[in-house]
Design a protein around this ligand. Structure first.
Ligand code: NAD
Length: 473
């Protein structure tokens, strides 16, 4: 049996076609990923449909215990999964890398196990008793990206399973191996068919969104693909949660001390090398502190060690893939050609691996792609403003609306300004802070639906009202 397999109906299966998965830091082969045909997808959906009949009916406490067991299994195998994740994704083992991601998987799984879906009594009068129930939807198709492969898989599958659904997950073709191994481990503690994993190229994702046996799609990825998912899910009127791209703005008010906030801003911008949906992607700084802020950011960014993630001294790895690397290179080149100045970084370090140094670009403004579009990489444009109303207006001038942040010592004023940002989460003096008990999602073209917390769990259910007339037949 090969090292990695499709997981269908509780069994690890082989394939006729395989994809080579390479380490983006070195180009070395990490492993081979089985490619699922349409027939294997059909088998996975059929297994999930069969399992749904019993899984949706088991007593709730059994599902709580099953999810707790999953948290234990991840914890017991965290070392193996983290090393595999570093080798296929590139992120470092240490810092905010793979071990941190596995810690997040365990924390989110545990927190989701503890959530409940109680029956709400809407009326209990002499005439009627009206109850609102939350029922599982059916087979959930999960489609994930390559930036936080395991954490996002957990965000999708755990609330789905906790609330009585069954799952077919398809990881990104760039980072499928860690998800296949994670699902193999999880499937060992669940009844056959409750969780299934298929892998393959983008067409497989499309086949899932069109599949009549899947009732809901939870998708995390780019806005462009999100539009396609919504289009192809229309024929079967699937429920959708779409967590899409962002171009988060941060606004720094004149009262901050640049060296004091620079590390936190760098942390928010370059989490996972900037390959994070809710990373800070454009920074507006008041003209009175602009020069000092740019210098402090460059000083903080230059100190972060970058290199092969398996070396425990490194806190940043390579960009994950060639497509993304080329995108960052061309966006920075264009910003520099349009008058921007790179205070650190600004050009690739040279092979092997897709390494690009952390880059701070000053003297840029709207009109270049680095500001107007999602760069999803280690290059932060710093933009000067003089009037706060104008800065808010420019921050909001985007089709995206995932996150945003205000930086100031005046918390009341900052909170008021944060409320004016058009985004799903508005932070003050921090950026990208997410928690398992707090809903997270985008507005505008960053998607719809939320994940995490009670509201996130309810996304995996439909409302059923039971209306009982009292007083005899
Ligand atoms: P992507 O859209 O290219 O791919 C995401 C997944 O969709 C992959 O598994 C891919 O195979 C699949 N896919 C591709 N075409 C498809 C189709 N037509 N139908 C169905 N599935 C298809 O995204 P990516 O490059 O892997 O990830 C980066 C993007 O994800 C960024 O834009 C980032 O902001 C976004 N993201 C958003 C969040 C969030 O919570 N909002 C979190 C992480 C990443």
């Amino acid at each position: 049996m090969p090292e990695f397999g499709l997981i269908i109906d509780g069994r690890k299966g082989s394939a006729d076609e395989w994809l080579d998965i390479r380490n983006p830091a070195t180009g070395e082969l990490v492993g081979q990923c089985p490619v699922a045909t349409r027939a294997r997808l059909d088998e996975a959906v059929a297994a999930a449909s069969r399992a749904f009949k019993s899984w949706s009916m088991v007593p709730d406490q059994e599902r709580v215990e099953a999810v707790q067991k999953i948290a234990g299994v991840i914890e017991a195998n965290a070392g193996e999964l983290a090393a595999l994740l570093t080798r296929e994704q590139g992120k470092p083992l240490k810092g905010m890398g793979s071990e941190f991601e596995l810690g997040g998987c365990i924390a989110w799984t545990g927190a989701t196990a503890a959530l409940q879906l109680p029956v709400k009594v809407l009326d209990d009068s002499s005439q009627a008793r009206v109850e609102l129930h939350r029922k599982a939807i059916g087979v959930v198709g999960s489609i994930t990206p390559w930036n936080w492969p395991l954490m996002i898989a957990i965000w999708h599958v755990i609330p789905a399973i906790r609330s009585g659904n069954t799952v077919v997950i398809k990881p990104s073709p760039y980072t499928p191996l860690s998800t296949l191994r994670l699902v193999e481990l999880i499937s060992e503690v669940l009844p056959a068919g409750v969780i299934n994993a298929v892998a393959g190229k983008d067409e497989l994702g499309q086949a899932m969104t069109e599949h009549p046996g899947i009732q809901k799609i939870v998708f995390t990825g780019s806005c462009a693909t999100g539009r396609k998912v919504m289009g192809s899910a229309a024929d079967t009127l699937k429920r959708l949660t779409l967590e899409l791209g962002g171009n988060d703005a941060g606004i720094v008010l004149p009262d901050v001390d640049p060296p004091a906030v620079s590390e936190k801003i760098i942390g928010g911008a370059f989490l996972n090398n900037g390959q994070t949906c809710a990373a800070l992607k454009r920074l507006y700084v008041h003209e009175s502190i602009y020069d000092e802020m740019c210098a402090a950011l460059a000083a903080a960014a230059s100190q972060i060690p970058m290199g092969n993630g398996l070396d425990e001294n490194n806190l940043q790895g390579p960009i994950q893939n060639k497509m993304q690397y080329d995108k960052v290179c061309s966006m920075v080149d264009e910003a520099v050609a349009m008058g921007g100045h790179a205070l650190c970084g600004g050009s690739p370090t040279g092979g092997p691996g897709y390494f690009y140094p952390l880059t701070i670009i000053r003297d840029v403004s709207e009109g270049c792609r680095l500001v107007d579009e999602e760069q999803f990489g280690p290059a932060l444009p710093v933009i000067k403003y003089s009037d706060i109303d104008d800065a808010i207006e420019r921050a909001n001038r985007s089709e995206n609306g995932l996150g945003g942040s205000i930086w100031s010592g005046d918390l009341d004023k900052a909170a008021e300004l944060a409320g004016r940002l058009e985004c799903g989460t508005a932070w003050v003096n921090i950026h990208g802070d997410i928690r398992p008990d707090v809903p997270f999602g985008g507005v505008k073209q960053s998607g719809f639906g939320v994940e995490f917390g009670q509201e996130g769990l309810e996304e995996y259910t439909s409302v059923q009202v039971v209306n009982i007339a009292k007083g005899g037949v």
